[in-house]
Design a protein around this ligand. Structure first.
Ligand code: SAH
Ligand code: SF4
Length: 355
């Protein structure tokens, strides 16, 4: 059995006769969020039977759903083999001016997706790391997270959405499936989420950043840097011993120019560890010559974590130091983002409640 969500439209055209059926199936799946062939009303009965025999949909069942104060929704999804993953719908209100100069508020949707069940990288501060690595997600399991969230919230097919691969797992460690998912999500007659609206967050596998650059997909890149010297970074992210800071900086510099407009550097701030202005100063010199933005993230404490949340005062000082010197620096403010950043927390909660 093949997974229908793993097909690009052109590939489906090769398998369906006449080929215009591919467009119809695509419309049902990606624009009407239908997940049964028998519900595809304009297809002949024989074709529906044939499709059901040949292809299957990908299970993505809502096991738990939590709404945060600011309207963000966290999902815990159950997969075919019973494992669970998290995804988050982030809502951001944006103010825009219309043609008459009137301020209008529009909602911006961002979907935070998982790429693996667990993670191999083993970062000291991350809850996902604690559960170890189970398996890579199939490309259809990445795509299905988007469809499920869109359907559950009645998000219209025309509404532009953003994707960030910041849920559970290291996306570049599931390279081929990730690339296929990105391409399927961007299919014009499907969900049509442009690659420019998709951001890959990576803990810094330099060799894979290079490989991604060679693909020239137009995706945005976010680097989870978190430390400015290799000694601390290797303690936080063991993989840093193999791919140290200078290899990451080099890989980012080599990333194709048109895709380099503003590489995001994420900096997880932990009290008394990396929150001082000495770190800010080193960060500034490290990023010298790169069109970069910095996003400061409050460490989100969880049971068993050996790190502490920084003070607001230190966060603001750190931010000001960089901004004053021309490096754009933001502080992750959304509660939903805060919670989702500490990926693995919803899953962990569920486990505790059941055990
Ligand atoms: N593996 C990728 C993407 C998933 S993690 C990566 O590491 O970039 C997404 C983000 O959540 C990363 O920036 C990660 O550092 C951050 N994160 C992990 N644990 C966190 C915690 N306890 N508090 C705040 N952010 C956390
Ligand atoms: Fe994996 Fe990212 Fe968590 Fe590190 S922070 S363990 S790379 S998911």
């Amino acid at each position: 059995m093949k997974y229908i969500l793993e097909y690009k439209e052109k590939e489906l055209e090769q398998e369906l006769k006449p080929s215009f059926r591919a467009r119809q199936v695509y419309t049902w799946i990606f624009k009407k969020y239908v997940d049964k062939f028998e519900d595809m009303k304009n297809l002949p009965k024989e074709l529906k039977t044939e499709l059901s025999a040949k292809y299957s949909f990908t299970k993505m069942e809502i096991k738990k759903k939590e709404k945060s104060e600011d309207g963000c929704i966290k999902y815990l999804f159950e997969l075919e083999d019973g494992h669970t993953i998290e995804a988050v719908l982030l809502l951001m209100k944006k103010k825009k001016e219309d043609e008459n100069g009137k301020i209008i508020k529009s909602e911006q949707y961002t979907f935070c997706l998982s790429s693996q069940i667990g993670c191999k990288v083993g970062c000291a501060f991350c809850l996902t790391a604690k559960s170890g690595f189970v398996r890579n997600l199939r490309s259809s399991e990445i795509v299905a997270q988007v469809i499920k969230i869109k359907k559950d919230n009645n998000i219209n097919e025309d509404k532009a959405v953003n994707i960030v691969y910041m849920g559970m797992g290291e996306p570049l460690d599931n390279f081929d499936n990730l690339i296929r998912a990105i391409e399927i999500l961007s299919e014009e007659n499907g969900l049509s989420i442009s690659t420019r609206r998709q951001t890959i967050s990576t803990s810094g596998i330099s060799s894979k950043i290079k490989k991604l650059g060679e693909k020239n997909l137009g995706v945005q890149l976010a680097i989870s840097l978190h430390a400015v010297d290799d000694e601390l970074r290797s303690k936080l992210i063991p993989m840093n011993k193999a791919y140290n800071i200078s290899t990451i900086i080099q890989a980012v510099k080599d990333f194709p120019k048109d895709m380099r407009k503003g590489i995001m550097f994420e900096y997880l701030v932990m009290k008394d560890l990396n929150d001082g202005l000495d770190s800010a100063k080193k960060l500034l010199s490290l990023l010298n010559g790169i069109k970069a933005k910095v996003n400061l993230i409050y460490f989100n404490p969880h049971i068993g974590a050996n790190f502490q949340r920084p003070t607001r005062e230190n966060m603001l000082k750190f931010q000001k130091y960089l901004n004053d010197r021309g490096l754009i620096c933001t502080i992750r403010s959304s509660k939903g983002l805060d919670i989702s950043a500490a990926c693995g927390q919803l899953k962990e909660k569920e486990k505790n409640e059941y055990n």
